[in-house]
Design a protein around this ligand. Structure first.
Ligand code: GLU
Length: 476
């Protein structure tokens, strides 16, 4: 009999991280237990007719914490979905929301299918049936629980979810707020698709601007010129790479995808690579790069670079490979890429880990903006854009009159543009990520015993959630 390697438990890692931080919070055990456990777990099996056969599909929705409502978190379509995984992801969502001051509890959904095995019509059928099950149990709604995209789902699935909800709850004036990540033309918001990747970029930029920390790592401050390796070119990985290259002048030296990995110390232009993959169906064979075949694709984690960005799935950096990681900074764009045991090895080696619960919170932050937009029934910027434009134009006129200098038409346009929805979303996201990072490092500064960013982030989240319970008088 062949022995299968025991998989490290993702949920176990999340709970270990919690325990490591909990001792620094000063909260009593009863309250800590309430914060730690999953408040509601819903498991369903439903039949769907696919061609001439019926398949019974296993699915979940877990609401980790009801301390704030609605609960919030994506829906994952993957063959690896299981109850523990969804519980771990829902748990991370609560802490993530707390860290970026998004007033939601955490949740997550999962449907155990390989989405690439089904055609569009079949996926639509599965999505609508799953949504119906959630509606029947009151596990979805703008004030109850608000799903979003995750691994294997996107705006298309969110549109189906919204339409199914609307069909059942036609009287709900806020129905559009039952799900986020919808297409922009269907009550979505500009900038949601890039949001997680953009947030990852802002988070990394903030971390590499810390003088002391960069000195400790033997690196210069600033993202420009830093070498970066990206594991996974899905939504998060590709936007992180594009924005880091465009706005940060980072140099992408390695990339991996399901088919393999590539490395080029001279740098890989991410747009050329994405185009190459679209045309050939693979990143392998990209001109100038060294190839690593499918079975060796995880070597990507061990490539020489300054910043390693795991942006695929959980449990990628384990006890087994942690000792071989060369990057000085590990930027966790995915949820749960580093196991608890692996983190101990990395920290001993002096690595800087920018933890998932902070770094990938950009997605839920912009989901929050979308939900607010849905509840207000108005696009951001609609009321004030013209007003601001007029005021700014008058300011430019005043400057011209008082200095005698003419402001060029291009500069005038730039200064007096007025903010569109995308400008406001990006600036709100940037503010959120910077603020969250500052809160975390402040905790680290104040508490000398907290040595790593993840523990500081957990302490911040646990304290905020704990404070809600204490204020509500639920715990003495
Ligand atoms: N699935 C994303 C995450 O893991 C987004 C969740 C959301 O927008 O609600 O953070």
């Amino acid at each position: 009999m062949t022995k299968t390697k025991p998989q490290p438990s993702f949920f176990g890692s999340v709970q270990n991280y919690f325990d490591k931080a909990a001792v620094h919070t000063g909260l009593h055990q009863g309250l800590l237990t309430q914060i730690k456990v999953c408040n509601a777990v819903y498991q369903i099996q439903f039949p769907v007719r696919i061609g001439n056969e019926y398949r019974v599909i296993e699915a979940y929705r877990v609401q980790h914490s009801h301390h704030r409502l609605p609960t919030k978190g994506g829906i994952r379509y993957s063959n690896h979905v299981n109850q523990e995984e969804v519980m771990a992801l829902a748990t991370l969502m609560s802490y993530k929301c707390a860290i970026v001051d998004v007033p939601f509890g955490g949740a997550k959904g999962g449907v155990k299918i390989n989405p690439w095995e089904y055609n569009e019509a079949q996926l639509q059928k599965i999505t609508r049936r799953y949504t119906t099950e959630l509606i029947q149990r009151n596990f979805i709604g703008p004030s109850v629980d608000v799903p979003a995209p995750d691994y294997g789902t996107g705006s298309r699935e969110m549109a189906w979810i919204y339409d199914t909800y609307r069909a059942f709850k036609g009287n709900d004036i806020d129905a559009a707020g039952c799900v986020t990540g919808k297409p922009v033309g269907l009550h979505g918001i500009q900038g949601r698709q890039e949001a997680t990747g953009r947030g990852v970029f802002y988070g990394i930029r903030e971390a590499v601007d810390q003088k002391e920390e960069m000195k400790r790592l033997g690196l210069e401050t600033g993202i420009a010129g830093k070498t970066m390796v990206i594991q996974g070119l899905g939504n998060v990985g590709s936007y992180t790479a594009k924005i880091s290259q465009d706005e940060g002048d980072a140099i992408i030296v390695g990339v991996s995808e399901v088919e393999g990995a590539i490395y080029d110390a001279k740098g890989i232009d991410i747009y050329k690579l994405l185009k190459f993959r679209e045309e050939t169906g693979s990143i392998l064979g990209f001109p100038g790069a060294v190839n690593f075949q499918k079975e060796d694709r995880n070597k990507v984690l061990e490539f020489e670079c300054d910043i390693l960005v795991p942006s695929a799935l959980e449990n990628q950096i384990t006890q087994e490979n942690a000792g071989r990681i060369k990057a000085k900074i590990i930027a966790e764009a995915a949820n749960g890429p580093t196991t608890f045991e692996a983190e101990q090895i990395l920290l001993k080696k002096g690595k800087l880990i920018i933890p998932d619960l902070f770094l990938n919170a950009g997605g839920v932050t912009v989901s929050y903006f979308e939900w607010l937009k849905n509840l207000s029934h108005m696009r951001f910027g609609r009321m004030e854009k013209r007003f601001n434009q007029n005021i700014l134009r008058q300011v430019v006129d005043l400057v011209e009159d008082s200095t005698g200098k003419i402001v060029t038409a291009r500069d005038r346009m730039l200064i007096a543009k007025g903010a569109d929805e995308i400008d406001l979303v990006r600036s709100g996201l940037e503010e959120t990520m910077i603020n969250a990072y500052q809160q975390i490092i402040e905790i680290q500064r104040r508490k000398k015993k907290i040595e790593d960013l993840r523990t500081a982030a957990f302490v911040n989240a646990i304290k905020k959630i704990g404070n809600d319970y204490l204020t509500m008088g639920i715990f003495p």
